[in-house]
Design a protein around this ligand. Sequence first.
Ligand code: ATP
Length: 490
Amino acid sequence: MPVQRQRSKPDLEFTLRQVFGKPSFRPIQREVIEAALDGNDVFLQAATSFGKSLCFQLPACIDYGITVVVSPLLALMNNQVAALRAANIQVATINSTVPKTVKDAIMADLKTGHPQTRLLYVTPEFCAQDHFRRVLRVVHAQKELARIAIDEAHCISEWGHDFRPSFKDLNFFKQEFPDVPMICCTATATQRVRDDIIATLELDKRNLKHFTMTTSRPNLHYEVRYKSDDEDHYDDFLAWIKAAHARRRSPERAAELAARNERSTNVPGIIYTLYRRDCEILAERLTNDGIGAKPYHAGLSNEQKDDHLSGWVANREGYDVIVATTAFGMGIDKDNVRFVVHWQIAKSFEGYYQEAGRAGRDGKASLCIVYYSREDRDRGANMLARAQEQKMRQEMSRGRNTDYDNMNTHPDSNGRANSLLYLTKYCEATGVCRHRMVAEYFGDKTVVPCNYACDHCKDQKGLEIRKNNGLASEEWCLTQRQSYSYDEYD
Ligand SMILES: Nc1ncnc2c1ncn2[C@@H]1O[C@H](COP(=O)(O)OP(=O)(O)OP(=O)(O)O)[C@@H](O)[C@H]1O
């Protein structure tokens, strides 16, 4: 039987203001929240920075019982938990960073069947554990399991770009608690991935409300800059950022910035690179050239990472640019990121869209540049093929009975390869608006108002010339591939 609730419509506005301190809903947030509160399953796909989390957080504050939020990344969890705590909402998280005593206290709260906790953030792996499932049964028996929220729901699908095997087991929720509504949120799912998520979670289509919002981020200016192995694109980037600083030093801008107590050099941004060593080298080169920059990758100590991240978030001098390997920024809600640069082609189209989407969360104009070379394209394809081969070998050695004949029919492999292919197409394209290409990839039918916010719409001729001059020829790349010269690179 569905969980009982008592609420009236004005509650929503009131809760939004009182609890979350927001003056009004963004378009369709209210409709999504109402659909959730009416007991429907909800699938929400909306652009990066749309405000998807509020669509399960606010119902959690109104509904009776506890909402379990499944999230793939510690950074995402910790960021949301900190924000909810600051708003005095009873929130908890169980993950590897939480001390045992705290975990025990949360579990004891759940075991009562009437938890005080309104939102509990957990990993998909934790959901698979028997002792957690047992306490959920207790809570459910007391009709206090209000909702299950799956954040970054694309991780469920092997056709997606960030597949996590443990997400597949989340069908446990519908199997055990068919009456408990679910909400799935993602910014990056194609039609195939959406269908796969719904099928995997065993959502009842008759009771499912689908909200697929535009992928459009009109304040982002998309641009591809062409390069080849012969040329170091560092100078190009340095010239761009120095020019940005110089504009901020003009008398008019300087006065504005001074009034807001801002530095002219505070142009916060992220540079994504595929390789750890680039993070270090690039951050050092920028620092030597007077641009505050710090590296961020898994090889740094926790103290270094914390220092670099907190300095960047706080707009501290010397920490304006973060040079990071992929996935940095997920869960970091810094609103004034003015640029995101991909030093090489990203790993997938979805990854690119999500990483670029870290820019301009305050709605102000921001720049997203990809430095694209055909050599990097081939290296990326090489890396992907090797990773897939290794994965297949591991699966086979574990005796996993795959139904796939070979690598090319493995959905994960296929999904990623297609995604990288589309990203290549995006980078090579000179005849179509980039916002339109983003929309097309995600099957978004809305006509995207670009308004000169991409290099194609701004200056198509110039774009073609830059491409012709900047890229290595396909013949040259073929000879490189045939001599296996990309295999050494890692
Ligand atoms: N109605 C609103 N009014 C003002 N700010 C809002 C509103 N809803 C959400 N926000 C803010 O928007 C920001 C982005 O929200 P959120 O982190 O939920 O985005 P998201 O859709 O999950 O994006 P991403 O997929 O990029 O992580 C947050 O700072 C949040 O507080």
